[in-house]
Design a protein. Structure first.
Length: 404
């Protein structure tokens, strides 16, 4: 009976109900759209980092992540082919391949530039680098030996283009100097501007010849699904020899992603609080006016034998129904608007320290939609608490006087 009476009262107060529903829907739609937008930023930024630089998981010698950039020759994995074969056996792994890191000086005949280089397996890297854009020339191929591709920043500083010859000077694993002449076959642009300013890539065989080693610094692991990263990382970490090798996920390797994630998450948390307060204040005003206009009605209910608690429950039930309907309509409307916006796309400029922009969408997921629904519903219920308490505490004589 309580639910039936509350539902009839909601329908009876059509104007007030419509205003309240509009306020709830506005807040819920805003949360659905903003939450989906932030979620899309996280996903696209993560995929850009994975597919242009880190892969999903990297296996290295212990300590390489902290000190390996300065002395990569001290953190070599001997016989990496065995480790690659073992990692490839995991059912979630799409591919595993080796990289050999080095640092040196690149000379174009007129000037030198300090670079950070990588020896790669071109055929396997091609499966990863969908975010690696070739601005000039072509990517490395399996049959290449003394060819190289360079970052956009390196090409700009040294004035290099496809077909130019350069000399790479670096140290071997024994500390001796070694040089190699390379032909530039391509200029690339990755997601990171800082990486492109110093990056040189050449075939793994050439890098090994330069460093006089058969090892590798990193084993890059790519997965079929990014969502499987944490579970696969746990399995790989358990299988590695303790103390000598370690595995890290792309999130652990990318400080830029972690800081960006924290920044946007805090901004979105503030937005959720603002929308919650906005809905509470908007709904509270409407609910208060509607409730106190019906004070005589509630007095009559008490005169007929209903307790103050019954009146409180009735008011709260009415607003819970309004919150349920408004939040549901808001979620449905938000999803429809999100689908329409995603079909068109939102052109976005490059993030800080990045080279390329992207097309954003509104990425819908169950947690974001559930959060928006709960905030809309909770705000409505909270807004009704104070008016319901005041009405329930009003003396019967004062309540009945409203009819006079």
């Amino acid at each position: 009976m309580l639910l039936k009476l509350a539902f009839r009262n909601v329908l009876r107060q059509r104007v007030r109900t419509t205003i309240t529903l509009a306020a709830i829907m506005f807040g819920v739609v805003g949360l659905v759209l903003s939450g989906g937008f932030v979620k899309d930023i996280f996903v696209q930024l993560g995929e850009a980092i994975i597919q242009s630089e880190t892969g999903h998981i990297q296996v290295t010698r212990t300590g390489f992540a902290d000190k390996g950039s300065r002395q990569p020759e001290r953190y070599l994995i001997e016989e990496p082919s065995r480790l690659v074969e073992a990692l490839s056996a995991d059912p979630s792994v799409r591919a595993a391949f080796a990289r050999l890191s080095f640092s040196g000086m690149l000379n174009n005949g007129r000037r030198d530039l300090p670079i950070v280089g990588e020896g790669i397996e071109p055929d396997k890297e091609a499966q990863l680098g969908t975010f690696l854009k070739m601005l000039d020339g072509r990517p490395l191929e399996a049959e290449d030996m003394f060819q190289a591709i360079i970052g956009e920043g390196v090409a700009h500083v040294l004035g290099l283009k496809t077909g130019d010859q350069v000399t790479l000077l670096m140290n071997t694993t024994d500390g001796a100097l070694n040089t190699i002449d390379l032909e530039i076959v391509g200029v690339f642009q990755s997601f990171s501007r800082d990486y492109d300013a110093r990056a040189v890539r050449l075939p793994l065989a050439a890098a090994r010849e330069l460093m006089a080693t058969t090892g590798a610094n990193r084993i890059i692991v790519t997965l079929d699904e990014t969502d499987d990263t944490d579970r696969t990382l746990e399995r790989i970490a358990v299988s590695l020899p303790e103390g000598s090798l370690e595995a890290r996920s792309w999130k652990q390797l990318s400080d830029f992603y972690d800081k960006t994630l924290q920044l946007y998450q805090r901004q979105f948390d503030v937005l959720k609080v603002i929308i919650l307060l906005m809905v509470v204040l908007s709904v509270s005003n409407t609910v208060s006016m509607s409730t106190f206009e019906r004070l005589g009605e509630f007095g009559t209910l008490q005169a007929l034998g209903n307790t103050r608690y019954s009146v409180f429950r009735l008011i709260m039930t009415e607003n819970a129904l309004i919150g349920l309907i408004g939040a549901s309509l808001g979620v449905i409307t938000g999803i429809l608007i999100a689908l329409a916006i995603s079909a068109i796309g939102i052109p976005m400029p490059p993030p800080p320290s990045a080279n390329t922009g992207y097309t954003a969408t509104i990425r819908l997921d169950a947690p974001s939609i559930s959060t928006a629904f709960l905030i809309g519903f909770s705000a409505t219920v909270l807004a009704a608490v104070y008016p319901a308490i005041r009405v329930a505490r009003t003396k019967l004589v004062e309540a009945l006087r409203q009819w006079v």
